[in-house]
Every structure is written in structure tokens, then in C-alpha cells.
Design a protein around this ligand. Structure first.
Ligand SMILES: [Zn+2]
Length: 306
């Protein structure tokens, strides 16, 4: 756990400790929202997912004259993050980098008043279509939080790379291709070996594949693996070392191979859902892959041209 060497601050933000598990095996410790300083001026907020999913993980980097936030999160979490940043520095939050368009990463853009939301050019279409739709749905389902807020799309798009460097901090925003969404990008901090991956690499049973291309996603993970990463700050789940890239890749490689084998043997989608086995996935996430119905259906669709 090399990242522990960099750990200078751990702030307990949430207080929930235990959640009753209805299914019977007693108690499961709830995870907590924590803030960790991964390197001087580089913060990672791991956001609680159990017992309640409250949003994505976030990062922020304090430059000499400004702050860059990585992932806006939901509006209410965006407010919480700004409170924390305001307790650390009075430098303005000038940029909010959205790793992709999903609401739990980008709907909070509107709450960063005065900051410029930034995303990869390949995500523009997604923001303009599915992003707006998702925001409108959340306005109806979460009126207390969304209220009269207006959808805020990125003001700045970059093709493959955008670099922020003031001599002290360096953050490279990189788009490697279609992964979790068409427009995924990551934030690479080469001085510290820290990679903020958004949902292109997560730590646990958080993969949503609805907007993905899992074959291309494997290539994107290969490209990330070329970087000299020491620490992965994922979009969901705990911080990890570089090995998380291989773990995330293994999931898609084995899932695709396993489903392809059953398709080739003439199995139907229903049979595949019943028979699929990926013991490593359960070791990694604590969840049987059979429960990842959305992932199974998506990969089946990809492999059958559906
Ligand atoms: Zn996502």
C-alpha cells in the first residue's frame, strides 16, 4: 500500500458505522466518506457507497493560484466538497474536470459558481443529450436537491490532452478512447504518480457498462498501464496501487471470454446468466458476477451484435 506513505491527513466526514443486513448475515461495516491528502496539495475524497450510495469519489489539486476539482459529483456533494476546500484554502476553484457526463460525476457543475467545467471533446455529445435527460430525471426524482438548478455543461472541451502546470503542480487530462463512456478522460499527475480514473477504472462492484464498449475499454486500460502509476484514485471504491488497472482489465477480459465461450456453445442469454462464473470477481468485489445482470446483458449484446 504505497499510497499510505503519502497519507498526511485522514478526515472522517461521515459518521455512519454499521448497517443491518436484511439478508441475515448480521452486520456489515458501512464505508465512510474520508478525505486523504495523497500528495502535498492533492486530495482524494472517497465517498460513502454503503449503506447508501451518495455520489462519486472526487479529487482536488491546489495550485499556486487556484484549485482544480476532479469530478463535480451530485449537487449536494459538490457543496460538501467546496466546504472542505474552503476550510483548506481561499484560492479560487477555477476548473472542474468532469471525467465523464454521468450525473453522479457532473450534475454538480452548476454548484461551482465561477469555475469552468472541463471535459473531453468526445463527451460533448453525451453531455448534450443523455446528460441533459439524466439531469431532468433527477430534478423530478430528487426535487429537494436539484430544485430549480439548471444543467451546466462543460464550458471547455479538449481533444486528447489538456495540461495544467504552474511549476509546482502538474495535471494532465487525458482521453484514451471509448471506455466506460465514449468521452472518458482521466487526470494524471506525473510528479506524484497519481491517476484519477473516474469510472474508467473503479475498485469494487461499481462497473456500469450501459454506455461502454468493453473491447475498447480493455485498450484504454492498457494505455493507462503505460503510465508510471503509483496510486489509483478511482471514481468509486478505495484508493489502490497500480495493480487495480490489471484487476479492472481482468474483469472485462474474463467476462467477455466466458460469455463468448457460452455463446459459441449455443447458450441463450438466460442460460448464460444462470451459468456464468467468475470467482475472481467475487474475491475482488464481494459480489457474485451473476448479480451484475446489466454487465452480463451488455457484454452479451456486444458479442452478438445486439
Ligand atoms: Zn459513470
Amino acid at each position: 500500500m504505497r499510497w499510505l506513505q503519502h497519507l498526511a491527513l485522514v478526515l472522517l466526514v461521515a459518521t455512519a458505522t454499521f448497517a443491518t443486513i436484511v439478508s441475515g448475515h448480521a452486520f456489515l461495516a458501512a464505508d465512510k466518506t474520508t478525505v486523504t491528502e495523497l500528495a502535498p496539495g492533492v486530495f482524494f475524497r472517497k465517498t460513502q457507497t454503503e449503506p447508501e450510495f451518495i455520489g462519486c469519489n472526487q479529487g482536488w489539486v491546489i495550485f499556486k493560484d487556484f484549485v482544480l476539482v476532479i469530478d463535480a459529483n451530485f449537487p449536494n456533494q459538490a457543496d460538501k466538497v467546496q466546504e472542505i476546500i474552503r476550510s483548506q484554502t481561499d484560492k479560487p476553484i477555477r476548473y472542474v474536470f468532469d471525467t465523464h457526463y454521468h450525473g453522479d460525476h457532473a450534475d454538480g457543475n452548476v454548484r461551482y459558481v465561477g469555475a469552468t467545467p472541463v471535459a473531453s471533446e468526445r463527451s460533448r455529445l453525451e453531455f448534450e443529450t443523455k446528460g441533459i435527460d439524466g439531469f431532468d430525471k433527477s430534478k423530478q426524482s430528487r426535487p429537494d436537491e436539484y430544485g430549480e438548478l439548471k444543467y451546466k455543461q462543460p464550458d471547455m472541451y479538449f481533444p486528447h490532452e489538456l495540461v495544467f502546470d504552474d511549476g509546482e503542480q502538474r495535471v494532465e487530462l487525458l482521453h484514451f478512447g471509448h471506455a466506460h463512456t465514449m468521452g472518458d478522460a482521466v487526470a494524471w499527475l506525473p510528479k506524484h504518480g497519481i491517476l484519477f480514473t473516474g469510472d474508467a477504472c473503479v475498485n469494487g462492484a461499481f462497473n456500469y457498462t450501459g454506455d461502454s464498449n468493453t473491447e475498447s475499454w480493455i485498450n484504454v486500460l492498457n494505455a493507462m498501464d503505460e503510465l508510471s502509476v503509483k496510486t489509483i484514485a478511482p471514481g468509486h471504491g478505495d484508493v489502490a496501487g497500480k495493480e487495480l488497472i490489471a484487476t479492472q482489465r481482468r474483469y472485462f477480459v474474463e467476462l467477455r471470454a466466458s460469455i463468448k465461450k457460452m455463446i459459441d456453445a449455443g447458450k441463450s442469454l438466460e442460460e448464460i446468466k444462470e451459468r456464468v462464473e467468475l470467482p475472481f470477481y467475487e474475491e475482488w468485489t464481494g459480489i457474485n458476477v451473476k448479480e451484475r445482470v446489466e454487465n452480463l446483458e451488455h457484454v452479451y449484446g456486444e458479442l452478438t451484435g445486439g
